[in-house]
Design a protein around this ligand. Structure first.
Ligand code: FAD
Length: 465
């Protein structure tokens, strides 16, 4: 570990010719990518359709699509709700060499699990500290990425605003960091078959919306709300709404069919398995046999990978939320390394993973780190699919890194880059947080038992100040 740390502190060997690179997105992944690419000696240009950095962490209130399209099929805004606090402790969540500590000068919300505004401030600090703002072209949307003869990429971008001018430029490589929490996953899930139409005499007459468009609980005052899903958003939003709603019913397909349980600490919230069917008179019948006349169904059913600017020459397809074929979830094998994706894995600690993926991509682009042959990369992809099969996981879990895999993956990336492995305290703290969350679902953000790990982390962070 010491040797790796020492190596990582040494100046990189002279990089091969600096490449001109297009980075799509200035969220956490795009910022990490921009920093690492430039550290490697490249010249990144970051395209960002918003007017600011931060991506997901740019709170949009009210949700721009909510009025016209509550299911949010055409929405491109962030998915944050007003009450959102991080679900990871700040020590775990931050970039590896830019700790998300409460000791930074710009800190306003020093809580260990801060509100979303604090994460945005942290990302702004990151962009400032590493002088990334001048690399970003704001309000500029990438609308096309086309492979040219010779392996370079023509990137078409559109300046958002009155004139909407388009521009085409050629780059040596493209790094896609466009996020995957803004294209709601609704129509493709089986439970939505019970709501085949949103209009017509037989249609369920209530309101349906996706969590993407949820912001505040007040509109649900005295209503009966069904929340579909068991994700972090479903847990947060059901509790948020329960403070004002008449009743909240959570429908979670992973619970046993007979489940109909009042939730501890709530007299107006129940957990069910899944919805069986809905009726034209507004009744929703659960598989446990109970039924309720509901006003709203909130779909906390996740999001889809979406790359509308990529064509067939990207050589990837997206089917059932699997981006295929990708070597190590980053490189499309046929066009590696000139096209890459940062940030696809989920059920991870995002920022450190973005950082390591970005270091790896930067090193490969400069030729300092070598990719294996196409055949070897394909073998590796096949191994991912057979691991999926062994676990009995559906295809849509291809990029799901739960079960400890993220650390194996991160440490592999770190080794490739000559970077120290993920800190032991971070791994232990991640596990401690998961355990605490399960034991204290209502209070894990304010009560914990891992102060010893916090002290270790803070000690470790001293080397970065
Ligand atoms: P994004 O943040 O989505 O950024 C993508 C950027 O690309 C955006 O700025 C977008 O405008 C831009 N873009 C997209 N397409 C184009 C285009 N064609 N042209 C130009 N620009 C484009 N993570 C945690 O670590 N802790 C948490 O507590 C946590 N809570 C979360 C809660 C919610 C509700 C959600 C949705 C996510 C949460 N996450 C959390 C995960 C979070 O998404 C990641 O932390 C991270 O912010 C994702 O960064 P990203 O850069 O990959 O994507």
């Amino acid at each position: 570990q010491l040797r790796n740390l020492f190596c990582s502190l040494l100046p990189s060997p002279m990089p091969s010719p600096s490449l001109r690179l297009a980075v799509v997105g200035a969220g956490a992944a795009g910022l990490a990518a921009a920093r690492e690419l430039r550290r490697e000696g490249h010249a990144p240009v970051v395209f960002e359709r918003a007017a600011a950095v931060g991506g997901t962490w740019l709170y949009a209130s009210p949700a721009p699509a909510a009025a016209t399209d509550p299911l949010g099929a055409a929405a491109t805004h962030s998915s944050l709700y007003a009450s959102l606090r991080t679900n990871l402790p700040r020590e775990v969540m931050g970039f590896l060499d830019f700790p998300f500590t409460a000791a930074r000068g710009s800190v306003v919300d020093a809580r260990r699990f801060p509100g979303h505004e604090e994460v945005l401030r942290y990302l702004e600090d990151f962009a400032q500290r590493f002088d990334l703002y001048r690399l970003v072209r704001f309000q500029t949307e990438v609308v096309g990425v086309r492979r040219e003869a010779g392996g370079r990429w023509a990137v078409t971008s559109r300046k958002l605003g009155e004139k909407g001018e388009q521009d085409e430029e050629v780059y040596d490589a493209v790094v896609v960091c466009n996020g995957h929490y803004s294209e709601p996953r609704v129509a493709s899930i089986p439970e939505n078959l019970y709501f085949p139409t949103l209009t017509g005499a037989d249609a369920w007459p209530g309101k349906q919306m996706h969590s993407h468009n949820y912001r505040v609980p007040e509109p649900f005052l005295d209503q009966v709300v069904i929340v579909i899903g068991a994700s972090a958003s479903a847990v947060d939003i059901s509790r948020d709404i329960a403070c004002v709603a008449k009743e909240v019913h959570i429908a979670d397909r992973s619970t046993p069919t007979s489940t109909c349980e009042q939730q501890p600490e709530y007299d107006n919230m129940w957990l069910h398995s899944m919805i069986d069917h809905a009726q034209g008179d507004g009744t929703v019948v659960f598989r446990d046999g109970s039924s309720i006349k509901a006003d709203v169904i909130m779909h906390c059913t996740g999001y889809l990978y979406d790359f509308p600017f990529l064509g067939d020459d990207s050589t990837i397809t997206v089917d059932d939320n699997c981006v295929d074929p990708l070597y190590k979830h980053v490189f499309p094998i046929e066009v590696a390394p000139e096209l890459s994706f940062i940030g696809l894995p989920w059920k991870v600690i995002p920022f450190p993973l973005f950082e390591l993926q970005s270091k790896w991509v930067a090193g490969i682009l400069s030729g300092r780190i070598k990719l294996p042959s196409k055949d070897e990369m394909m073998e590796d992809v096949k191994a991912i699919y057979s691991r999926l099969e062994t676990r009995g996981w559906p295809k849509r879990y291809t990029h799901n890194f739960s079960g400890g895999y993220q650390f194996e993956y991160n440490d592999w990336l770190a080794e490739q880059c000559g970077h120290p492995p993920i800190e032991e305290w971070r791994k232990l703290m991640y596990a401690a947080n998961a355990k605490n969350k399960a034991a204290r679902p209502e209070r894990y953000r304010d009560e914990w038992d891992d102060d010893g790990l916090v002290a270790l982390a803070n000690e470790d962070f001293k080397k970065y100040f």
